[in-house]
Design a protein around this ligand. Structure first.
Ligand SMILES: [Zn+2]
Length: 330
């Protein structure tokens, strides 16, 4: 076996999940954690530049997706401060999301619920944009908009970036009517409150999947494309192994065709995330997630605006737009 195959194999056996570093219950084996020595708990948000260090490509080069607008959405979210579920700041963010979505002409549904968590009962709310289609069948896109419960953690990349991408996609897609419906979910409560587990994590996506099961609408979902941690300046995306292989192929082939093969790599990884809530209910799903274990700031207060690239946001937005087009042509 050559070293290339070995490295693929090594990466393939890693089990990752989205939980605060230093807590037990979730393994990241086979890797030396880059965060073994954690930086001090200071916020870099206050000193982060309001402008990005690098420019986005002009929208016409990314299918109309505007990386600059997406970056501004990340900056806005960060300006609210830490946004864990149940906080005042996540309520401010929710108002912002809803007013933006309404200004794009989107049809918006919300679902307020109470989650029993290890830190008590917390009010949460999912937001669901519904863009109608001509034929039965739904393409679901999704992000989580809450941030990790940690002092000085503003989640520019983890929570902020994918939410910004989904806002910009909503701006583009809400005025259109495709062959199939497109729904865009903004989940509350993805992050664990204490220790990542099936009961302490993914509160919002579990709630939405359960509700859609009760109504029967979950059967209409042909594909679920999830984005998480998609804005890093040096972001790399690896094929997530629990995701539905045909959907991983669709997204990665689309990325390669658009010239992004160096960023959407063919190595494998494994991550627990909001797609699991739908996979467990037999919905085909793919998690497009940055290689967070190697970004050096995941689940630390260094996950601030200075880590975010409008160019990466534009690339991910472009890949999602083209993947939706591919799904619409089936
Ligand atoms: Zn996280």
């Amino acid at each position: 076996m050559d070293s290339y195959s070995k490295s693929i194999l090594r990466v393939a056996v890693i089990t990752l999940c989205l939980m605060p570093l230093g807590l037990t219950g979730c393994k990241a084996s086979g890797h030396d954690s880059p965060n073994a020595t954690q930086p001090p708990l200071t916020s870099t948000a206050a000193s982060a530049p309001p402008q990005a260090a690098e420019d986005a490509p002009p929208p016409e080069k990314s299918g109309g997706f505007d990386g600059k607008r997406a970056f501004a959405h990340v900056a806005k979210q960060v300006s609210f401060g830490p946004r864990p579920s149940g906080s005042q700041s996540i309520m401010q963010l929710r108002d912002y999301l809803q007013s933006e979505l309404k200004s794009y002409g989107c049809t918006v549904e919300t679902d307020a619920f109470t989650a029993d968590t290890p830190v008590g009962r917390l009010p949460m709310k999912n937001i669901l944009v519904k863009i109608p289609g001509e034929k039965p069948g739904v393409t679901l896109l999704g992000t989580h908009y809450d941030t990790l419960l940690m002092e000085n953690f503003v989640g520019a990349d983890d929570g902020g970036s994918s939410t910004a991408v989904m806002l910009e996609l909503a701006r583009m897609l809400c005025p259109q009517h495709g062959k199939y419906a497109v729904w865009i979910a903004f989940f509350d409560g993805e992050e664990a409150m204490k220790h990542w587990s099936d009961t302490d994590s993914r509160y919002g996506s579990r709630q939405m999947a359960a509700r859609l099961s009760i109504s029967g609408d979950i059967k209409k979902i042909k594909a679920f494309l999830l984005a998480d941690i998609v804005g890093g300046r040096k972001a790399q995306f690896l094929r997530e192994s629990s995701s539905t292989p045909a959907l991983v192929d669709l997204v990665w082939n689309t990325a390669a065709k658009l010239g992004y093969a160096a960023i959407f790599r063919n190595d494998a990884t494994s991550a627990e995330d909001d797609h699991d809530s739908f996979l467990k209910r037999s919905v085909p799903a793919v998690d497009v997630i940055g290689d967070f274990l190697n970004n050096g700031y995941w689940h630390t207060p260094q996950d601030a605006l200075d880590k975010i690239s409008p160019k990466t946001l534009a690339i991910v937005g472009h890949v999602f737009l083209e993947s939706v087009k591919q799904l619409q042509s089936k």
